[in-house]
Design a protein around this ligand. Structure first.
Ligand SMILES: Nc1ncnc2c1ncn2[C@@H]1O[C@H](COP(=O)(O)OP(=O)(O)OP(=O)(O)O)[C@@H](O)[C@H]1O
Ligand SMILES: [Mg+2]
Length: 261
């Protein structure tokens, strides 16, 4: 049983305009076996939260805490976080020229487990996971994300998720750019991981369609670096119908009639 606890998290980033606050007090708890969806308008800080959990050096935590089973995540290096059981599937996965998918996966697995996986079972596991995700075996010999289509990159993220078996996974717009079949295949991958390892999931998305395959226990709405509302799956449906105006108007400095004009 793993618990990821985010408490009153404030995060800034350095921009040309100086130090800019992005997260303004985010509080969220994700436990093993739970699925949390985070929705919210563009630029509200969802990816910033994902990167901060993963330890991206661009983001500075100015106050608040992140703990995993009581251990201070913010004191851990990026690889210590991965070894502790945290996983991030990025919104825009990066290319790693000169490193094949096979070598990348094996190196990551070795780093996370602290020992190299046994060759025979590992090869079988990789093949099986690729087959499940309907990935052409040829991808194993290609360089990570180099020339991958948007959908192929997302499948590769889920391939990592299934093989690395983290405790808690943050999936940042893993559904974006997927065709209907790929969306189903990728969702099945996440659900397999949930079933096999009781994975806890923090799923960042703009669309309810993925939530029909991966049912969230909780839905959180992020607006301007804060959680503005929380609810169950029905909240996602409401957001799809109504959009985010309600939240944006609520703390707008403009008079209501000006907004409506
Ligand atoms: N490295 C950075 N440098 C400058 N600004 C940044 C940086 N990272 C984030 N920001 C700013 O922080 C805000 C939140 O960005 P973030 O990517 O977290 O939003 P998001 O909620 O993930 O949006 P989207 O739905 O479009 O993916 C944006 O205004 C963005 O421009
Ligand atoms: Mg984002």
């Amino acid at each position: 049983m793993a618990v990821l606890e985010i408490r009153d998290l404030h995060v800034t980033v350095e921009t040309d305009a100086g130090t800019t606050p992005i997260l303004n007090g985010v509080t969220l708890t994700v436990r093993t076996g739970e699925t949390h969806a985070i929705m919210g308008p563009n630029g509200s800080g969802k990816s910033t939260l994902a990167y901060t959990i993963a330890g991206h050096p661009k983001y500075t935590v100015t106050s608040g805490s992140i703990t995993l089973d009581g251990e201070d995540v913010l004191a851990m290096s990026v690889d210590e976080r991965a070894r502790a059981g945290l996983f991030l599937a990025m919104q825009y996965p990066v290319e790693i020229p000169g490193v094949t998918v096979t070598n990348f996966l094996r190196t990551a697995k070795t780093a996370i487990d602290g020992e190299a996986p046994a060759i025979r079972t590992w090869t079988k596991d990789v093949k099986g996971a690729m087959k499940n995700l309907r990935m052409d075996p040829k991808f194993a010999q290609r360089n990570v994300n180099e020339g991958f289509s948007g959908g192929e990159k997302k499948r590769h993220e889920i391939l990592q998720l299934e093989l690395l078996r983290p405790a808690i996974a943050v999936l940042d717009e893993t559904d974006s750019g997927l065709d209907v079949d790929a969306l189903k295949i990728v969702s099945e991958g996440v659900n397999r991981a949930k079933g096999e390892t009781n994975l806890g999931v923090l799923l960042i998305t703009h669309y309810t369609r993925i939530l029909r395959y991966i049912t969230p226990d909780y839905v959180h709405v992020m607006v301007k670096g804060r959680i503005a509302e929380e609810g169950g799956p029905e909240l996602a449906e409401r957001l799809e119908d109504e959009g985010y105006d309600r939240y944006l108007d609520a703390d707008s400095t403009e008079p209501a009639d000006a907004v409506e004009a």
